[in-house]
Design a protein around this ligand. Sequence first.
Ligand SMILES: *Cc1c(COP(=O)(O)O)cnc(C)c1O
Length: 404
Amino acid sequence: MIPFSPPKIYDEIIDEVVNTLKSGWITTGPKTKFFEQQLAAYCGNKKTLCLNSATAGLEIMLRWYGVKEGDEVIIPVYTYCATANVVLHCGAKPVFVDVDKDFNIAIEQLKGVITTNTKVIIPVDFAGYPCDYDEINALVQSDEVKNLFQPHNEVQKKIGRILVLSDAAHSLGAVSGDKKTGSLTDVTVFSFHAVKNLTTAEGGAVALNLPSPFNNEEVYDYLCVKTLHGQNKDALAKSKVGAWRYDVIEAGFKMNMTDIQASMGLVELKHYNNDTLPKRKSIFDAYTTAFQKYTWAEIPEYKTSKKETSYHLYPLRIKGITEEQRDKIIQLIFEQEVSVNVHFQPLPMLSLYKELGYSIQDFPIAYDNYAREISLPVYYGLSEKEINTVISSVVKAVNQVLNG
Ligand SMILES: *Cc1c(COP(=O)(O)O)cnc(C)c1O
């Protein structure tokens, strides 16, 4: 069976993890701090905080911004449930927006859903392809939209507009213009979950890039406290001579990354741009070269003169098929020992959001993208022979379904 996305664990990672295990320091410490610095240097943003997941990163930033009951947070309907659930955790209302053909949030529909209650927009870089942040940033900074904004705390007054919180769980290393994700907007959250391009088994990072008058160092220091029970010193700081006494300033959360996780991340980041991304790109290009010969294939957009994906998911669509036909094709692909996936079931198709009153009928492009989508395996160890097996299994399955 060709798996969908197994992690690549090589000796250098294992050695670095063992080194940490033997070092006497396994929770948040020097390696986490170093990983944070390396990530910020790679992405070009002002300051980065590592946490135990992307979900934690999204939620802590909503809480930092003071999002609460009565507030609205705009998200694309085509995403993983984490993007919506963090909004619900804060007591606020997720406002769903349809997506475009490129699977990303339909920017031209944003203006129509912004109200005086809107506090945050969470665009999602689906499959690793960055949203158009120039347009989203310009929209929230426009007088028309700023005039609607009603701040109800000091942080919101300081920024004076809707916060753009990018869900970049898929898009570490993606490029827009001359910038990488992490430095394209106010705050960007990455995931290092086991299936993501760079993995620490579980983990995430918050890339801070807040405009002046914010001091990103100060925000970082506060977030360290907020993600460790409101404790004003972490375990490492407390372990220094005469520094045992600490204070708790608020009922914070427990979201910190361990040095074991950071050890994995440090090694992977070192090889990310010159090895991981080119390898993933070569798989994308092989799929595109093979499938563009077929009139039934709709090739995903992943590289233009302005933007380039991080090559996380290859979302092939089959033209003119129904959801049932797509499911049949997937069944036939699996029967040829190839694992594929569907990203994502739009949120209103899942029970929780249905019960909250959302309806898939309101999001026709998301449904059409979903109904015809098949995500193909993309991972470092996928051989040329396996790529060809994936391609032939898809071609055979599609032909069988289309030709009866
Ligand atoms: C994986 C994923 C997340 C959640 O990441 P975790 O690190 O597992 O919390 C959030 N959003 C999207 C779009 C994802 O794919």
